[in-house]
Design a protein around this ligand. Structure first.
Ligand SMILES: C[S@@+](CC[C@H](N)C(=O)[O-])C[C@H]1O[C@@H](n2cnc3c(N)ncnc32)[C@H](O)[C@@H]1O
Length: 279
């Protein structure tokens, strides 16, 4: 990978943490990324993928180690941070970038705050709400590079037949191609999380299948995967209260035996779309 931050002498993450003078609290999902190389590579993945960096949204800016590197490649960065002391620190630390109208700091919960229009999102997401935040992000159709728990990343990126394949894979894949760029060990953070993390790239795409109604499609995926150990035939029969399928017999009649005998974990997203259309 070429290094888009080659000429950028990034702020040292340890020095940022010391200047902020706060003890990051894991109960508030505060795991600061302190490995310079990982920080640089996260930004590198966005640049290499050709993401439009006119306005980059960062959720959970912490002490600004990633924000600093984003400012080196973006025209404008919007950083949302829930912790009021960290938001105040960011405003002090990046006073020049704010004055130059290159950085906006929004203090608040990213699940409640109004998000600005943005061209790409690059974030070390808070673990607790990462799923909700991603599903806020994905329908907006903007590319993203996010750091999330590795197990979560693997479930998002999995394909049919893989152990991790499930509702999360089909739903995320409906909006974007999901690529795991690299695993990140707990030692890259302060304080260290209990689990491994991974950097994930999300490239928005239009699905190769058609659904008449996204919500109906997601209900079918959710319902059928609640019975992942059953055959698809039984999963469709048993979950009409979730899928909203009015006439399961008609849906079963229209599907091939091969699909009906298979477990939900081996069905391609196209097949879920077909079931949703039949429903
Ligand atoms: C994993 S840390 C990342 C910090 C920094 N970006 C870094 O990479 O070192 C997540 C940050 O998100 C903040 N945070 C947690 N929940 C949040 C929420 N719901 N909305 C906005 N920020 C949140 C935490 O205070 C913390 O600063």
């Amino acid at each position: 990978m070429t290094d888009p931050l080659d000429d950028h002498d990034g702020r040292d993450p340890d020095a940022l943490r010391d200047r902020a003078g706060l003890d990051p609290d894991p109960r508030d999902d505060q795991h600061l990324l302190i490995d310079d190389r990982v920080l640089d590579r996260i930004v590198g993945y966005a640049v290499e993928a050709g993401m439009d960096t006119t306005t980059v949204l960062e959720i959970g800016a912490g002490t600004g180690a990633l924000t600093d590197r984003l400012l080196a490649v973006a025209d404008h960065v919007v950083a949302i941070e829930r912790d009021s002391e960290l938001a105040a620190f960011l405003r002090r630390e990046f006073v020049d970038a704010i004055a130059a109208d290159r950085l906006t700091v929004i203090e608040g919960d990213a699940l409640d705050a109004e998000w600005p229009a943005y061209t790409a999102s690059v974030s070390n997401l808070p673990y607790g709400p990462s799923s909700e935040l991603l599903f806020e992000m994905l329908p907006r159709g903007r590319p993203a590079v996010v750091l999330v728990q590795r197990e979560f990343a693997e479930r998002m990126a999995a394909g049919p037949g893989e152990d991790e394949y499930g509702r999360l894979s089909v739903t995320a894949g409906h909006y974007a191609a999901v690529t795991i760029e690299e695993p990140v060990p707990p030692t890259a953070f302060d304080p260290q999380p209990a689990v491994e993390s991974a950097v994930v790239r999300l490239d928005p795409r239009t699905p190769t299948y058609e659904v008449s109604d996204d919500d109906r499609f997601f209900d079918v995926v959710r319902g059928v995967f609640t019975q992942r150990r059953k055959t698809t035939r039984n999963a469709i029969r048993n979950t009409t209260h979730i899928t909203g399928i009015d006439d399961p017999a008609a849906v079963l009649d229209a599907l091939d035996e091969e699909i009906l005998d298979a477990r939900p974990g081996s069905l391609a997203p196209e097949t879920f779309a077909r079931i949703a259309r039949l429903a």
